[in-house]
Ligand binder design. Structure first.
Ligand code: CP
Length: 323
């Protein structure tokens, strides 16, 4: 997001939710508190609300998604809203209609929220500027740069299982250079004053030196997860490898795949996370992904709660500004 664009209003509430960058800790804490109030429990009916009654949420995804799109849809429905899952491939975009013409078409049908995932950087801000007073934009993943609701749900899941992140060592492992999940997790955990954040990757997958301020960089998996309280595994972003070409998956698994034997290097009660989708047998083995230390399915459940929290916050802020 460009520094000139303000996603917060004069009262410090979100007008849009495009990035965790620059958000004060108090706002993060307030969103996490809301999310915990929506957190589901196995066997119990999902918590519901009314904040979106009479509002329409449009899911505008130009990249594939299972978790993020489904959880935004469930979040909106559980808050009483209507949802339109816009199908890019079957839309008039393929006949040459521009993104902004598409957005205005949907605005004319009284869309109130645009949840946007796009491979191109800047698309969310472009739409937010265009619709600014009429609708709110929420990022569901921007290029390799940002996935703010994922960062929040990761922080929530860590806090749920391990308590105060100020006491924790957290290792983020894998294709860091191309990962929006890693960037947003790092921002969330830094804002919450995590004791130590490590980024662990082969040299070719390390980000530029200017990025991930304050994080330790390690190029060996065993060293990177040694004593860690949280081990967050990431998939290789094959769709963004570009000129670097395909990765040798067997070699990658040998060096950076999390096996049960390797997990023993982490703290004895460490949790294992993965944002999904997983590539089993590449970055993570099935006995770890499905094992007792895995909280991967809890991350998915918390994704709905976090998206409810964000949508509810935006709805309340909009009502106050309009009313
Ligand atoms: N974690 C995540 O963004 O998953 P999806 O791509 O399935 O939405």
């Amino acid at each position: 997001m460009s520094p000139a664009f303000a996603q917060l209003d004069a009262g410090g509430r979100l007008r849009h939710f495009l990035t965790l960058d620059g958000l004060p800790r108090s706002l993060l804490e307030s969103l996490l508190e809301r999310a915990f109030s929506f957190a589901s429990r196995p066997g119990r009916a999902a918590t519901r609300g009314e904040a979106l009654r009479g509002s329409t949420v449009v899911n505008l995804f130009a990249e594939p998604s299972t978790r993020t799109r489904a959880s935004f849809e469930l979040a909106a429905v559980r808050l009483g809203g209507d949802v339109l899952n816009f199908d890019n491939a079957l839309s008039s975009r393929v006949k040459g209609e521009t993104l902004l013409d598409t957005v205005h078409t949907l605005l004319a049908m009284q869309a109130d929220y645009f949840v946007i995932r796009d491979a191109e950087a800047g698309v969310q801000e472009l739409v937010a500027r265009e619709v600014d007073s009429e609708a709110a934009v929420v990022s569901a993943g921007e290029a390799h740069l940002s996935h703010p609701t994922q960062g929040l749900l990761d922080a929530m899941t860590i806090r749920e299982h391990k308590g105060d992140v100020g006491q924790l060592t957290i290792a983020i492992v894998g294709d860091i250079a191309r990962s929006r999940v890693a960037r947003s997790a790092h921002l969330a955990l830094r804002t919450l004053d995590a004791r130590e954040i490590r980024i662990v990757a082969p040299r070719a997958m390390m980000p530029e030196a200017a990025e991930f301020a304050g994080a330790r960089r390690l190029e060996s998996l065993d060293d990177g997860i040694a004593g860690a309280d949280v081990v967050m595994m990431l998939r290789i972003q094959h769709e963004r490898t570009g000129a670097a070409g395909p990765v040798d998956l067997a070699a990658y698994h040998r060096e950076f795949g999390l096996t049960a034997a390797r997990l023993k290097h982490a703290a004895p009660n460490a949790i294992v996370m993965h944002p999904g989708p997983m590539n089993r047998g590449v970055e993570i083995d099935s006995d770890v992904a499905d094992g007792p230390q895995s909280v991967i399915r809890r991350q998915v459940a918390n994704g709905v709660a976090v998206r409810m929290a964000v949508l509810q916050h935006l709805a309340e802020a909009r009502r106050t500004r309009v009313g």
